[in-house]
Design a protein around this ligand. Structure first.
Ligand SMILES: [Zn+2]
Length: 86
């Protein structure tokens, strides 16, 4: 049974697994049919590239939009910076 957090209208969850069986749920605004841009709290999901060279690595590696890790042993936590504004 999934215990993933349900996103508010107009947002999609961006879940990032941490150590200690805790998953942090960020939010990304839905624009049109997609979710471009950083999380509401300002973290980037994609590397800045110059050709194939990483100029600036993404703040959040290993995220899952709408999905993620769940189960009785996984604690789901809201990122306060993302969920306060929504
Ligand atoms: Zn966040």
């Amino acid at each position: 049974m999934s215990n993933l957090l349900k996103h508010p209208p107009g947002y999609q969850t961006c879940n990032v697994m941490q150590r200690s069986n805790t998953q942090i749920s960020h939010l990304v605004r839905v624009v049109g049919r997609g979710t471009p841009g950083p999380t509401v709290c300002g973290l980037t999901r994609f590397d800045d590239l110059d050709g194939s060279t990483v100029v600036r690595p993404a703040d959040l590696p290993g995220w899952s939009m709408g999905g993620g890790v769940f189960g009785p042993k996984v604690t789901q936590r809201k990122c306060p910076g993302c969920w306060e504004e929504s």
